[in-house]
Design a protein around this ligand. Structure first.
Ligand SMILES: [Zn+2]
Length: 336
């Protein structure tokens, strides 16, 4: 089994010694991918940090959350895998039907090439609390040329804004958070659609310090812009964010099932890479078997804890980040 949870004694040791006291009793994971059966093309597998899987459904998630966080009540924001080759409809239907909107909150994968009527009807009549666009859905020949406004055309944002929904935004372009076009289009998007809530996934994909340094100034005070910590295990990046952005705008997230795998993202010479025990297209792998790994998730929590402690942030900051900030956003729709 490739999953690094407390089912392994050495992870249980990490949990008991480093995480148990730090983690609040309620946890909301704001960034989980679900892959129900039949979404991946027949005969293929999703490469989960070097571990091929055929599916990852809500039953799998329920088991893994119990193994990851013993004694915690855990809820999650769930969406499919945004791969143009996967069955988007099947994924969205599964989440709309199976997520209860109490423990598991469904977001709808969004492809700007789909029918606007179906999109609008889905959001108006089903349980979706947000949408998940992705650069790949724009289908540019060079993925680095994609712009945020192509991922989120006006016709879609008008519906999202009217319904007060959330957008889980994985920003495009090589320079990520440091890209001036990204910066200006994020500002424009938030101003034009003030009832929409925009969440920058992976802190705008700033996995190394130089990518975030100086790049929060124009974003930190936008009232409908939020930050998710998913897969960021660089404590310096986290510390930089925690120092500058109001705590209520920060949400914990993990990229489960990827986050369950053994590995860590590391910064090298103003760049980053993932390091994993087995080969993965996004990582450098430990071919010599030099290291004993734990999950990306536990590495992320370790880094969060370190940044929190260095800054002397209190329990209310931690509880907000791990639970109530995100929950407030998810339930706000009902009160609009
Ligand atoms: Zn993700």
């Amino acid at each position: 089994m490739w999953k690094e949870t407390t089912k392994r004694e050495r992870n249980m040791k990490i949990f008991r010694e480093e995480l148990d006291e730090f983690l609040p009793t309620s946890i909301l994971d704001f960034h989980v991918h679900i892959l129900n059966s039949g979404v991946v093309p027949a005969g293929e597998r999703f490469d989960c940090a070097g571990h091929p899987i055929e599916k990852y459904d809500l039953e799998d998630l329920t088991c893994d959350l119990a193994d990851l966080y013993p004694g915690r009540a855990v809820s999650a924001v769930c969406f499919g895998f945004p791969d143009v080759r996967y069955d988007l409809q099947k994924s969205n239907n599964y989440l709309a039907e199976k997520c209860d909107g109490i423990r598991f909150f469904p977001f709808r994968l969004f492809d700007p090439h789909e029918s606007s009527d179906a999109f609008q009807k889905d959001l108006e009549t089903r349980r979706f609390v947000g949408i998940k666009p992705y650069p790949d859905y724009v289908r540019r020949s060079n993925i680095n040329d994609v712009e945020i406004r192509e991922m989120l055309p006006d016709w879609a944002m008008e519906t999202v804004n009217a319904l007060g929904l959330i957008v889980m935004l994985h920003i495009p372009r090589k320079a990520r958070l440091a890209d001036p076009l990204n910066q200006s289009q994020i500002i424009e998007l938030c101003a034009k659609y003030p009832r929409a809530k925009i969440v920058l996934a992976h802190i705008g994909r700033a996995y190394f310090l130089k990518n975030i340094t100086g790049n929060l100034e124009n974003l930190k005070d936008i009232p409908n812009l939020f930050f998710d910590l998913t897969m960021v295990s660089n404590w310096e990046v986290l510390e930089y964010l925690f120092q500058r952005v109001d705590g209520s705008k920060i949400f914990y997230g993990t990229d489960i099932p990827l986050g369950l795998a053994p590995g860590k993202s590391v910064e090298i010479n103003d760049q980053y890479t993932y390091v994993t025990p087995v080969a993965w297209h996004l990582s450098i792998s430990d071919d010599h078997g030099k290291l004993v790994f734990t999950s990306f998730i536990y590495e992320e929590i370790r880094a969060i804890k370190k940044a929190v402690q260095r800054l002397g942030l209190g329990r209310s900051f931690v509880e907000g980040m791990f639970y109530s900030n995100g929950m407030r956003l998810l339930t706000a729709r009902n009160s609009i």
